[in-house]
Design a protein around this ligand. Sequence first.
Ligand code: NAD
Length: 399
Amino acid sequence: MVAENAGLSEAEVEAIGRVGLSLDQADKMVENVVGLFQVPLGIATNFLIDGRELLVPMATEEPSVIAAASNGAKMALAGGGFVTSSTKPVMRALIQVTGVDDPWGARLAILSRSEEITSRANEKDPMLVSYGGGVVGVEAEVVETRKGPMVVVHLLVDCRDAMGANAVNTMAEALAPFIEEITGGRVYLRIISNLADLRLARARAVFRAGEIGGPEVVDGIVLASALAESDPYRAATHNKGIMNGVTAVTMATGNDTRAIEAGAHSYAARGGRYRSLSVYEKNRDGDLVGSIELPVAVGTVGGATRVHPVARAAVRVLGLRSADDLGRILASVGLAQNFAALRALATEGIQRGHMSLHARNVAVQAGAKGDEIEAVAAKMAAEKRINVDRARELLSEMR
Ligand code: NAD
């Protein structure tokens, strides 16, 4: 059904379902390859994003994530699904200038040469420029550190459909001598910032009170949101739940999960205190309105996205037209995932749903094989006693 829906070729279906990544391909991706480490790939359903129905590939080792995302997305359907927006795909390259006698003067010297800086940087990536990307701004700040003031130059680069790390790092490295010439200082670091606060995606959804269990559930989720907005201990777990979805789609499309995680968490702390990436409110009709905003440094060209055959097929399943599309999907999946967790927390607790899906893993841990796995898991779920000891007892009874 997925293949039919996305119009996948036979080879793409093979890539997803049977062949995957070959050892030979893996050997060209990273160093010292000795094997492959496989992670389950599932499809989240019920996603309606900006009026478009989507099947969403998710790569994750955690049970219940894909079910919860699908469930969260389903509950958004009555309210019209997810509505998204985004900024341009602008990343920051950071250049650290040390040993400057007059940092404030150096800052202005840099800013006065921004046109020349821009054209020198763009010369390094004519391909990116031909796609409508390239440098869109130059910033310079003086940062006080324990080793004295440093001038930090930011090159703002529109990366179009690339995640952009290689692209902007190349520009930053090439510019270093010119920045030294302008400032009289010494450049050390020349690298992307993963705090991609200029490359944001946003998603919003209305969850009808009647769909999600009534006014008490709405109030419970609003209270949960309020705590996550104010308490970093809660915010960390709240955001972990968001990243369950975001990282799984990032991984499935061959993107850099660490870049996405670093971006999300640093963005969550941008105001000086770590807080939630999403907010839930009750509207005039008594329905729940969820909204999320997060940095989305992902691409559909470059990195592993075009190299890994399963990632390539996943991009086709999503029908991506651009990296911007992917960013908006990430925001929507993050919100669906987060909503599903909060709804469970505000009602029966997270363990019932999670543990019944985790029961198969517990059965395997206890030594169940073949048909025994499903049978032991189902029995434990029905009894609401899901642990390895019980699984062992059931197994020995069965055998
Ligand atoms: P890349 O260099 O493989 O591809 C980007 C290039 O593709 C662009 O520079 C451009 O020349 C070309 N291109 C072709 N079509 C394009 C289009 N439509 N839009 C934009 N560019 C187009 O990859 P990248 O995206 O620059 O870098 C991503 C990789 O860098 C990832 O593998 C990531 O893991 C890695 N990386 C990350 C970090 C970090 O996050 N801190 C640091 C270093 C490297």
